[in-house]
Design a protein around this ligand. Structure first.
Ligand SMILES: C[S@@+](CC[C@H](N)C(=O)[O-])C[C@H]1O[C@@H](n2cnc3c(N)ncnc32)[C@H](O)[C@@H]1O
Length: 385
């Protein structure tokens, strides 16, 4: 790839709309921005298509479209999709969003203040609880851009530290069990939730996010659904780059770890073990990754680059490399274990304590060999199922 590349510093300077909107949404295993900027700007050209079939909160399609690439992205989790879709196509005019916010505030009913559990009582003050219930009832987040953007703001702030969000202290990423939360609040003397005015607080948050407007982005499609069924239904996008990070095998439960915010989107306010998405069975996990990659292949040019960030732990890394080799048996697989680690989310109500390391798998497409060499990718050892 030879054309002039947009500098990372200028694209993501803090006083750009792109930098403000990139950060919307807290989610698992989020791609770092510099990784995405580097890969997408070097491995694709403007107007090329980029594919992310496990897009999470949508960092890859966001960076791609800010850089003038088109994106096709999918996630099966409604919370991930809410953030990804909202920042891919936010409501353009903050005035409409603020008006809708006030409408939701007015739609509160006296019965909405009522608490149905100790968790609810300790998590949100009555006026916040009522607001969340009104939002849950009123907002058409699946089809309306304004409602979806507003819902993303509410989802972001309904589960946060007590001084920055709408709730008593909760981890902003993982939703712990109600029992754990109650014990934790009690132990830390946080017996009552903060009595904040949700409309005023969100007005401030929205105004700050819109300070530099909304970013200019190339067209994209961000779909809510299973990549195994969504991809075959779409016309091939002939993408030049597949960049994705599949769920990790047996590490996090993508459904139950989001049970609080999923309630906002219409589910019950409880963990639902029938919906557990932890991918503990290695064979099923490998089948999932293989199937998604197989369907992805039809959306890629023959000389596309495939870049997959995985967990370094053996059961995930091996299953991923086997799946990649099965789908692209004739192409060269390389790997680069990352020395960086990101904070885990499993402990406490802060940012979490455990750390995990990542590994990047790469099949270099046309123009990517030099890029791979410069970053020290090495041939991956052969693994067989
Ligand atoms: C490691 S996360 C991706 C995080 C993402 N890179 C980011 O920056 O936010 C993996 C995602 O795969 C999604 N996922 C799992 N199974 C899926 C499927 N069959 N189809 C689409 N998405 C799926 C999960 O919901 C989860 O959001």
């Amino acid at each position: 790839m030879t054309s002039a590349r947009p500098s990372e510093k200028a694209t993501w300077h803090y006083s750009t709309a792109a930098a403000r909107w990139y950060a919307l949404g807290r989610y698992y295993a989020m791609f770092p921005r510099d990784f995405l900027h580097d890969a997408i700007s070097h491995l694709t050209e403007p107007n090329d298509h980029v594919l992310d079939p496990f897009c999470g909160r949508g960092n890859a399609p966001f960076v791609a479209t800010v850089l003038g690439r088109r994106a096709l992205a999918i996630d099966i989790n409604p919370i991930a999709w809410l953030f990804a879709a909202a920042k891919q196509q936010p409501a353009k005019a903050p005035a409409r969003l603020l008006a809708r916010l006030r409408e939701v505030g007015h739609a509160r009913r006296p019965a909405d203040r009522r608490s149905n559990s100790r968790f609810e009582t300790m998590a949100w003050a009555p006026q916040v609880r009522a607001f969340l219930k009104a939002a849950r009832r009123e907002l058409d987040w699946e089809t309306s851009i304004v409602d979806r953007t507003l819902m993303a703001f509410i989802a972001l702030h309904m589960q946060d530290k007590r001084d920055t969000g709408l709730s008593n202290t909760l981890s902003p990423t993982i939703a712990h069990s109600p029992t754990y939360a109650i014990k934790w609040w009690t132990h830390h003397g946080l017996l009552a939730p903060p009595d904040v005015d949700p409309v005023r607080m969100l007005e401030n948050k929205i105004t700050r996010r819109y300070r530099y407007g909304v970013p200019d982005q190339a067209p994209s499609r961000v779909l809510l659904g299973d990549a195994r069924t969504e991809l075959p239904q779409r016309r091939s996008s002939d993408a030049r780059l597949l960049i994705t990070s599949p769920p990790y095998c047996g590490v996090t439960d993508y459904w139950n770890d989001h049970w609080i915010r999923l309630w906002l989107l219409g589910h019950d306010l409880r963990k639902d073990w029938s919906k557990t998405a932890k991918y503990t069975n290695q064979e099923n996990y490998r089948e999932l990754i293989t199937a998604v990659l197989r369907h992805s292949r039809k959306h890629l040019r023959d000389d596309a680059t495939i870049l997959i960030r995985s967990d370094q732990r053996r059961r995930t890394a091996e299953m991923c490399s086997q799946a990649i080799t099965e789908v692209w048996p004739d192409r060269t697989l390389m790997q680069l274990p990352s020395s960086a680690s990101h904070a885990g989310t499993s402990n406490g109500h802060g940012r979490g304590g455990t750390k995990s390391k990542e590994i990047d798998f790469l099949i270099p497409g046309s123009g990517a060999t030099q890029w791979a060499r410069e970053r020290n990718f090495q041939p991956a050892p052969v693994t067989t199922a």
